[in-house]
Design a protein around this ligand. Sequence first.
Ligand code: GAR
Length: 194
Amino acid sequence: MKKLIGLKKIKTAVFISGRGSNLKNLIKFANKKKFPISINLVISSNKNAKGLKFAKKNKIEKKTINFANLRKAENKILYLLSKKKINFICLAGFMKVLSANFIQKFNGKIVNIHPSLLPKYKGLNTHKRAMENNEKFSGCTVHYVTSKLDSGKIIMQKVVKITKNDTIKSLEKKILKKEYILYPLAIKKILINL
Ligand code: GAR
């Protein structure tokens, strides 16, 4: 996507499904003057997502979408995105797979954070699988979203060491801390002309 020149923020929607700690972190960064995005819409696939409270607290418009029918859900989202003039989408713990048709409409403008060193461990239960395979390292990846799950071009990664004392929980925690650094960095990398 075209790099941003000057300080005009790109209107962004964040898609979540649960806890929303990456959303909370992105809101913190978006509130900084020089960060290239503003968060203007939060979409949740789950009405009970804890992360929705961060939208409320920050007075960001939020909408829960029922994904029982994917086409209907995506049409509704596309309507909301165009109404809010959204030009960039960050998936943050969003657990639904978007259709090729939807992704094509925002081609090159949807990014995702994934808790593994892609292309390793696409999909779910990444920490458990990395540990079962006795990996010495894991980490997180920010990548462009394409219609193939967790397979789009990699923007940036951060590595963590897996020690023999690690559990799935401790590894998740370590990686999450890196995610909070990586996601804002990756957004800056692709959107700011440095
Ligand atoms: C994060 O670890 C994120 O990388 C992962 O879900 C967690 C969401 O946490 N995403 C995926 O697994 C996507 N395939 P959060 O709701 O607290 O941001």
